[in-house]
Design a protein around this ligand. Structure first.
Ligand code: ZN
Length: 360
């Protein structure tokens, strides 16, 4: 069967568009429900970005700690708290990086689908359309604003997997490049590189889709301009470019699969709690044999932006930790088959995987 693709239906783009968010939320309020559930990155807690929104008592603000990966338990708790405020809110809003956007998507799905978050980790398991959701990225690169998934850690199963479904896609986006002005430089780099890595994995995979390829090529062109160009990577123009690259990378990944980097990165997140985007870069740096040209280009970007990647993180772990790293990597069969073929385990043996982790 051929996949039937869906993209975000509506988006507003440009500096200052955040000011229109309030109006978008208001337009969803009705006599049935006027409660808006708004998830905001805790980074904005004492800043005045959302002061106007938080003054309206029908808007319920939840601060999300984005320093750790979200878990299925957290999503269950948030959905439960949201239902306590309103059984069916008029909309769910996510303001932040990939973590916060994914939180908004997952909670929206759980508000209209019974059970727990872990029941929906997988492909096309969501039965009912979620609550209307608005995404406002404040950091660019993960593509979470455009993708059909919301990634969560399932600690019970040692698994990192999303609710892959067309119901997970945002109904509305507010893409305001001005919001990423104050992001720390390293975080900006790691996050921006997520879209670069998604696209090179997708373009090197066996499973190809012509529209996804075009999205990927354009996202890569923009990412190269931002991270290898003469202008500062965080200039106004470059923050706009990486926001577009992130969106296009997210659209690409909706019709394609990642490859070798993301499974290794997932291992680092599951076992050592390293954040997705930094973990990608740490993994990328040792995967020369799978992506020789791209790893070279990636290192040129690191140099150009003077980012010091953490090293030696996996040089002396316990046998049990190495075993867990191996298992939480090879569990990602779909991307690994996409990159290396059906017989990927003959290339990625236990010894091979562990030796690669030891280099990180
Ligand atoms: Zn990613």
């Amino acid at each position: 069967m051929f996949a039937n693709s869906k993209n975000v239906l509506k988006y507003i783009f440009g500096n200052g568009t955040f000011s229109q968010l309030e109006e978008l939320i208001e337009s969803q309020k009705s006599s049935d429900s006027n409660t808006a559930i708004i998830f905001v990155d805790h980074y904005f807690k004492n800043k005045d970005l959302i002061s106007k929104l938080s003054k309206d008592p029908s808007n319920k603000i939840f601060w999300i700690d984005s320093s750790t990966e979200i878990s299925t338990d957290l999503i269950d708790n948030l959905a439960c708290e949201a239902k306590g405020i309103s059984l069916l809110p008029c909309c769910v809003v996510g303001i932040g990086g990939g973590t916060v956007l994914d939180t908004a998507k997952a909670v929206s799905n759980l508000l209209t689908n019974e059970g727990q978050a872990k029941d929906y980790q997988g492909w096309d398991l969501i039965k009912n359309k979620g609550v209307y959701k608005i995404g406002v990225p404040t950091l660019s690169g993960t593509g979470a604003e455009a993708s059909r998934t919301c990634v969560m850690m399932n600690h019970e199963k040692n698994l990192k997997l999303g609710m892959n479904s067309e119901h997970t896609i945002f109904d509305q986006l507010v893409l305001d490049p001005a919001l990423s002005q104050t992001v720390p430089r390293d975080q900006y780099f790691y996050t921006g590189l997520d879209t670069y890595i998604h696209c090179i994995e997708s373009l090197n995979g066996e499973h190809r889709h012509s529209i996804a390829d075009s999205f990927s090529y354009e996202a890569l062109r923009l990412a190269r301009e931002v991270f290898l160009g003469k202008e500062d990577m965080m200039s106004d123009k470059n923050r706009e470019k990486i926001m577009v690259a992130s969106y296009l990378g997210g659209c690409a990944i909706a019709n394609s699969y990642v490859g070798v980097v993301h499974p290794f990165s997932a291992g680092l997140s599951v076992v050592l709690g390293i954040h997705h985007c930094e973990a990608n870069c740490i993994a990328m740096n040792v995967l020369d044999e799978f992506y020789p040209n791209e790893v070279k280009e990636f290192r040129a970007m690191l140099d150009r932006q003077q980012v010091n990647l953490r090293r030696g993180l996996c040089s002396s772990l316990t046998d049990e930790q190495y075993e867990k790293l191996y298992l939480s990597t090879v569990i990602h069969e779909i991307p690994l088959k996409n990159a290396l073929g059906e017989d990927f385990k003959s290339i990625l043996s236990r010894d091979k995987v562990i030796s690669l982790f030891r280099k990180m």
